[in-house]
Design a protein. Structure first.
Length: 209
């Protein structure tokens, strides 16, 4: 799907405004420029960034309420997918987006993009298990296997949160392979960019006893 068609979907179905679309264009170009030196995304997806990466990330706005004064944590943000895309959409100054990544190079890119686009996002460079995460929304895309992500949710994130995970064709397989002790109720939604991909949503309630 070409750029124009993706832009139409972003505007018509996901309520991105013209300012956000322009920032996405700049973001797209920055990814390509940086990708010449470092591997932010796979080289074979460079020609389809709008569909494979931007729209894939943008669809998550349907599961996030940006009107409240909450925060969102993007684990393993990498090239800012989906964190930067969601930051571009967000126009609530009191809603905070936090991008976590252990790679110095990727955090360098994220910092550059955040400044260039003048968007509200905080970059946290370091290992996830060394962080203190207290966000209401926790999102992951191309991060780690499901059992590992749920381990992070259980052991590191100390508040009630909605865990939103973009997964490929092995989503159900990973769910079925979870140990009984880490199984939670979940919601499974279809991805709009790939019929085999899924969006898994866990509503995690922490033990307050």
């Amino acid at each position: 799907m070409n750029q124009k068609k993706v832009e139409n979907i972003l505007i018509r179905d996901l309520n991105f405004n013209s300012v956000a679309i322009n920032k996405l264009r700049i973001f797209h170009d920055e990814i390509l420029l940086f990708n010449k030196r470092y591997n932010l995304i796979s080289k074979n997806t460079e020609g389809d960034i709008w569909y494979r990466h931007i729209l894939d990330s943008a669809q998550l706005i349907k599961y996030i309420d940006f009107s409240n004064n909450d925060s969102l944590a993007d684990l393993g943000s990498g090239a800012g997918l989906p964190g930067i895309v969601l930051s571009i959409f967000n126009d609530n100054e009191k809603f905070h987006v936090k991008l976590y990544d252990k790679s110095n190079v990727k955090c360098e890119f994220l910092n550059k993009v955040v400044k260039k686009l003048d968007i509200k996002a905080k970059i946290i460079n370091g290992l996830i298990n060394q962080q203190n995460i207290d966000s209401k929304y926790v999102i992951c895309r191309a991060f780690r296997k499901l059992d590992h992500i749920l381990g992070i949710s259980r052991e590191i994130i100390k508040v009630n949160h909605k865990l939103i995970i973009l997964k490929g064709k092995n989503a159900l397989k990973e769910i079925n392979e979870l140990p009984e002790k880490v199984k939670y109720r979940y919601e499974l939604n279809k991805s709009i960019t790939n019929e085999e991909s899924k969006i898994i949503i866990f509503d995690i309630k922490k033990d307050t006893k």
